[in-house]
Design a protein around this ligand. Structure first.
Ligand SMILES: *Cc1c(COP(=O)(O)O)cnc(C)c1O
Length: 389
């Protein structure tokens, strides 16, 4: 890598990231190249963002065609791409309305505001608590950090936003206990905890939350920022569970590489936000929405079937392999517990031309959804090799 990049980064960028010593420069599909021309197979997709890989032609054309028309309009005027994207999302999910933002954290902020307003409007200010799960991750704003169930995030930046309660994931008794209270406005969860270490929620646990929340008119928020947009083998991960969410948030993979977030509302919450109650300057940006339409419109049944098949292929090759303790996840969101230190395995993979991520103590795989079997096989061979040695 050019030394000047490291030097300028360290000199001029706030040093919040621990970066790998690689500068990514260009790519195509599931292959990405450093500035020195080293080739990598990409099992990270920029953290589940480049859903159809790098430079996907259909996506690129949609984005460029929109750029040729207008790059931004503001929300003072109607705009076709964001209207069409909202209609497409509602048609595919059965949800009723959408509010667009620019990131996952903002989508979750919107969900939290909406859930609180719903509860306040109906039950008064006493119903103010939102139940979240331990080990969750919901974003980096002060409020979404407050909703994040990991103690490491609850320091340095206080005072934090009040009103979040944390329960143990997959513990039905804790669900029953916490919902005995009469001051709960909402429950917020990831179907597969991403940053928390690729922990999949149990079917019975999710069904129980749904059952009690419906009985007590508690708003169900599903954070699909990472799990959404085909990543887990269904358009949204909740669709594999017995749950009917009132708000679904998403971001990462939605725009195929451009910044966009969305909060989607079901029947119960579709009219909670009213004139003036929320807004975003960039939200619904036409270029990002045009990119998102080209992604979402292609995630159909046959595409999702191919995601599931690739997932089965990865699980079957890694389960029981030498040096691998466990494999968890759903679809193409996969966590691997290895006998060796995570860091050592990741560095070995990088050395051998494969980019992988980590999540807590696991190796995390988030390959492009349309990755071909040749790259998939090569990548898995590299992982197995790195775990064995
Ligand atoms: C990444 C992530 C977020 C935060 O999204 P940003 O776009 O970084 O703000 C929120 N929730 C989950 C589950 C995530 O994976």
């Amino acid at each position: 890598m050019e030394n000047s990049i490291v030097k300028l980064d360290h000199e001029y960028i706030a040093q919040t990231y621990s970066r790998f010593p690689i500068a990514l420069s260009y790519g195509k599909g599931s292959k990405v190249y450093s500035d020195t021309g080293k080739e990598y197979i990409d099992f990270g997709s920029g953290i589940a963002v480049n859903s159809f890989g790098i430079g996907d032609e259909v996506w690129k054309k949609a984005v460029i065609d929109q750029l040729d028309k207008i790059q931004h309009t503001s929300n003072l005027y109607y705009s076709e791409p964001c209207t069409k994207l909202a209609a497409l999302l509602c048609e595919k999910t059965g949800l009723k309305k959408v509010f667009f933002q620019n990131s996952g954290a903002e989508a979750n902020e919107c969900a939290i505001k909406t859930a609180r307003k719903y509860a306040h409007d109906r039950y008064g200010e006493k119903r103010k608590y939102i139940v979240c799960l331990k080990n969750s991750f919901h974003g980096r704003t002060v409020t979404t950090l407050s909703a994040t169930g990991q103690d490491v995030f609850h320091k340095d930046f206080g005072p934090f936003t009040d009103g979040f309660i944390f329960i143990e994931p997959n513990d039905i008794k804790e669900v029953k206990d916490v919902f005995k209270r009469d001051d709960i406005a909402a429950v917020m969860l990831e179907i597969v905890q991403g940053e928390g270490g690729i922990n999949v929620l149990n079917q019975e646990y999710v069904a129980e939350i749904n059952h009690i929340a419906k009985q007590k008119d508690i708003v169900i928020i599903i954070d699909e920022v990472q799990t959404g947009n085909g990543r887990t083998g269904t358009l949204y991960a909740y669709m594999q569970y017995d749950i009917e969410p009132d708000i679904v948030t998403t971001a990462k993979g939605l725009g195929g590489g451009l910044p966009i977030g969305a909060a989607m509302f079901g029947e119960k919450t579709e009219n909670v936000l009213s004139y003036g109650s929320h807004g975003s300057t960039f939200g619904g940006n036409p270029v990002c929405c045009a990119g998102a339409i080209s992604i979402i419109s292609r995630i159909d049944e046959s595409f999702l079937k191919s995601v599931k098949e690739k997932s089965e292929y990865i699980f079957s090759r890694l389960n029981g392999a030498k040096g691998i303790k466990s494999v968890s996840g759903l679809g193409l969101m996969i966590g691997i517990e290895t006998e060796k230190e995570t860091k050592e395995v990741i560095n070995k993979c990088i050395e051998n031309g494969l980019l992988v991520l980590s999540a807590k103590n696991k190796i995390r795989l988030l390959p492009p959804l349309n990755i071909d079997y040749e790259d998939l096989q090569k990548g898995i061979d590299i992982i197995k090799g790195a775990c064995e040695q």
